[in-house]
Write a new protein. Structure first.
Length: 244
């Protein structure tokens, strides 16, 4: 017996299949948002997060594993707090491990994320999923900054040749480490009056052989893929960027 399907029926089938896939994707990878408060209080970069203003900051937590699986929460807690003022955006990260011996393969700037315990943030300042700024700090306070291009879908879209002056400090206490980052807004390009950026934070936990991220990323993608960013919302619109 032969079956004949009209072109309209075939088109309907594929449309239904595509919508079903999108629905499933949305359920599994819900977009996350964090509100960033503006502060006039001075933040001392010492890797301690002991200023009272950090208690007022909204916290991103409940990271998802990217490896060895992408269907479970991370085994060890990571939290990142965010604040900003007229000149900087600040990040305060706290990462819990299984012991005090955090891996460090290099104390050189622009270290390899894959061989050092570290926490990284991504900022898509135009929120277009095309390009982003990257700031990362190891458990020992070593800094790395870079640019992500071409949507971050392959490592070819990542470059560490971008260098700016920014501050970061870290401390280690038993089985955890804490990082403070101050990224100057005048070194970042963004639209005047912008209030929403794409945002991601991810962690390499070398003790547990685990990669995790705040906004969920499939295991078959790399952490810098800009198609899986969450969103940060500033309390007030930003003034004009000084970067041409």
């Amino acid at each position: 017996m032969k079956f004949h399907f009209s072109p309209q029926l075939i088109l309907f089938y594929f449309l239904f299949l595509g919508l079903s896939s999108l629905s499933t994707f949305g359920q599994q990878f819900e977009k996350r948002t964090v509100f960033v408060k503006k502060t006039n209080e001075k933040i001392r970069l010492d890797g301690l997060l002991d200023e009272a203003v950090w208690e007022k900051a909204e916290v991103v937590t409940d990271f998802w594993q990217m490896f060895p699986t992408d269907s479970l929460r991370s085994n060890n807690e990571t939290t990142v707090r965010l604040l900003y003022d007229d000149t900087h955006i600040y990040f305060g990260a706290h990462a819990v491990g299984v012991g005090p011996d955090f891996m460090v393969s290099s104390l050189k700037r622009d270290f390899s994320a894959r061989s050092n315990d570290n926490v990284t943030v991504l900022l898509d300042t135009f929120q277009d999923g095309q390009n982003a700024f990257l700031f990362g700090v190891s458990a020992y306070g070593v800094q790395r900054e870079g640019l992500v291009s071409e949507r971050g879908t392959t490592i070819a879209g990542f470059s560490l040749t971008w260098d700016i002056k920014w501050q970061a400090e870290s401390t280690r206490n038993g089985n955890s480490f804490t990082i403070e980052i101050a990224s100057p807004l005048n070194s970042l390009k963004y639209p005047e009056g912008s209030q929403r950026w794409g945002f991601q934070s991810y962690r390499y936990d070398m003790q547990s052989n685990e990669r995790s991220s705040w906004a969920r990323v499939p295991q078959n993608q790399i952490p810098i893929n800009l198609g899986y960013l969450g969103e940060l919302v500033f309390e007030e619109p930003l003034s004009r960027s000084k970067t041409p």
